[in-house]
Design a protein around this ligand. Structure first.
Ligand SMILES: Cc1cc2nc3c(=O)[nH]c(=O)nc-3n(C[C@H](O)[C@H](O)[C@H](O)COP(=O)(O)O)c2cc1C
Length: 216
């Protein structure tokens, strides 16, 4: 399958979530990131790209911790500031991680993952063939109850920008470490909300696949 076909091919019917594989702990404590690592910013920007073919390789807990911290972790503990900006500092985007052992929500303050339910929902995060092969699919979810003070006509725009900033943080982390990634808007919002067990006010906006690239 060529890159172009991967973008354009017809949607396949979504299957139900697969049974979880591996032990799903209620909480996954994430290691603190190494803040002195990574390639220089200009090199990282030169390598940023979308990839749609993934090796079937697991992701280490260190990588998962660094990636989620880069995405939207707390980088200024004294103020509770995050690595990604958000309008009014509402931080209305939650990051869900679809892993082989279960669906988890990232909690930046404690830098850990909380189990939502034991199922492998990677295949529910999009229509493209690679989503269930890569070890991690992130889903960016708008928590509507967090933005009730924002004028309705601005909520969607601000949430999209906030999710986009998180996506880009992940993409830059991946470019820095040689991981492959692609941001995805081609999702079935309703089915994905069910698969992630979201509340009525929570809406999936975007997904992002991360993993090792297929070796050339
Ligand atoms: C909001 C958004 C949604 C996207 N949705 C998809 C998608 O559903 N599937 C996909 O394969 N790529 C998706 N992409 C990736 C774009 O196709 C990709 O960025 C574009 O082709 C340029 O390629 P590059 O990222 O390698 O520079 C999306 C990108 C953005 C910013």
């Amino acid at each position: 399958m060529t890159e172009l076909q991967r973008i354009e091919y017809e949607p396949a019917p979504l299957l139900p979530p697969a049974p979880a594989s591996g032990e799903a702990q209620e909480f996954i404590s994430l290691p603190r990131p190494h803040l002195d690592g990574g390639a220089p910013l200009m090199t990282v920007l030169a390598h940023r790209k979308s990839t749609r073919a993934y090796a079937n390789a697991p992701m280490s807990i260190q990588t998962l911790g660094e990636l989620l911290w880069a995405a939207n972790g707390i980088n200024r503990p004294e103020t509770g500031g995050h690595t990604a900006p958000s309008a009014h500092g509402y931080h209305e985007i939650d990051i869900y991680a679809a892993l082989p052992q279960g669906v988890y929500r990232y909690e930046p303050t404690l830098h850990h993952l909380v189990l939502k339910h034991r199922a492998d929902a990677r295949n529910m995060t999009g229509y493209q063939d690679f989503v269930s092969k890569a070890p991690l699919d992130l889903v960016y979810v708008l928590r509507g109850s967090q933005v009730l003070d924002t004028p309705p006509q601005q909520r969607e725009l601000f949430a999209g920008v906030a999710a986009g900033a998180i996506c880009q943080n992940v993409s830059l982390y991946c470019a820095s470490t040689g991981l492959a990634t692609v941001v995805r808007g081609w999702i079935n919002t309703r089915l994905l909300a069910d698969a992630l067990r979201l509340n009525e006010d929570e809406v999936p906006l975007l997904a992002q696949t991360v993993g090792e690239p297929v070796a050339n």
